[in-house]
Design a protein around this ligand. Structure first.
Ligand code: 13P
Length: 252
């Protein structure tokens, strides 16, 4: 059985003291319980502080983005080696806010995915359709495109370091989560496609997180779906109590 994986995407929220406290509270609340893999993904300036707060615990550190190059004249960007250097094991790539608000293309996201994997990071690749795309029955086509193009030239040997997050754009920060049936359907589709791209074995092992208005009161039913292997949590990850309740919903 796949281990559940719940990641906190703090987006552009928290401050230094708040981030340290939140991380410390999550570590304390888990009390060493690692039945669910837990990752915290703070904003760049707080990565090193949160790294200190989770040191010695089972909680892992992730970044919310990166630039594909190792170093260079890329003002304002952060490289995979820098992320590793401050203690990150994971990086979120292709988040819908980067696709839709910052104009990132499937091609650019693929550059990042390959670079992150080559550097030794684990990648949480986000995919998801907009409301218009869902209404016009393009959900499968969009998921197919984002998955396939995001994974161009990824080696089969690297698939154990991949996580896919299904985040329907219309469910992010809106309070309207996908129904468990909608989530299951999309996850099953993504797993099937992943299996066609790589192998059945890789697909069976792939963790697929659901993201989009996951809260303590809907997490258990979402995580109970056979192809939902945890969540990528935005708003509800900013309070230790609600985040911990969501993590606990992943304990089976
Ligand atoms: P919300 O949980 O706030 O809807 O955000 C989901 C998300 O975008 C996580 O990456």
């Amino acid at each position: 059985m796949r281990k559940k994986f719940v990641a906190a995407n703090w987006k552009m929220y928290t401050n230094r003291v708040g981030a340290q406290q939140l991380a410390a509270d999550v570590v304390k609340g888990l009390a060493g319980d690692d039945r669910v893999t837990v990752a915290l993904c703070p904003p760049f300036p707080y990565l090193a502080f949160v790294a200190d707060a989770v040191k010695g615990s089972k909680v892992v550190l992730g970044a919310q983005n990166m630039y594909p190059d190792k170093e260079g004249a890329f003002t304002g960007e952060v490289s995979p080696t820098m992320l590793l250097d401050v203690g990150c094991t994971h990086v979120i790539l292709g988040h819908s806010e980067r696709r839709h608000k910052l104009g990132e293309s499937d091609w650019f996201i693929n550059q990042k995915v390959r670079s992150a994997l080559a550097a030794g990071l684990q990648v949480i690749l986000c995919v998801g359709e907009t409301l218009d795309e869902r209404k016009s029955n393009q959900t499968d086509a969009v998921l197919d495109r984002q998955l396939t193009q995001g994974l161009v030239d990824v080696a089969a040997a690297d698939t154990p370091r991949l996580v896919v997050a299904y985040e329907p754009v219309w469910a992010i920060g809106t309070g309207h989560n996908a129904t468990p049936e909608q989530a299951q359907e999309a996850h099953a589709f993504l797993r099937r496609r992943f299996g066609q791209i790589f192998s059945e074995k890789a697909a069976v092992a792939l963790p697929i997180q659901y993201g989009g208005s996951v809260k303590p009161d809907n997490a258990a039913i979402l995580f109970a779906q056979p192809d939902v292997d945890g969540g990528l949590i935005g708003g509800a990850s900013l309070k230790a109590d609600s985040f911990l309740a969501i993590v606990r919903a992943g304990i089976s």
